[in-house]
Design a protein. Sequence first.
Length: 132
Amino acid sequence: LDFEDLDLFILNNQNSIIADNQTKLILHINNQINIDNDLDLFFEIYDDDTGEFSSFELIDAYRVLDDMDSLSINIGPLIQKYLYNEIIFNPNTSNGIRMKIGDYSNNFSNIFFIKNDSVKSPRLEVLYQYDQ
């Protein structure tokens, strides 16, 4: 996901403190195919040293129930790591962070999110305190 001006926010707020539980990624579900009734979404980050994606343990797995129409995921720890340059944010590459469906569904499950909708497009809600 690429959010307009996220790179500027990160650049201009290096010393800010993110409110973990109030900083959310909001995604509206367009369609989902659940083989095992529910899905677990995991977050992975790209590790430049190994050249591979690895689990980002600071964001808990998110259970997606088959009757949900949207997700609200606490993403504060990731934004904080971006601000402190502990993870490099580079919107020009596909190496960054990705969401992955848990392996228990044997990769037969899919979830699709609404894009390009004035009300239901993916969005970030960031609550922070600017510290000079």
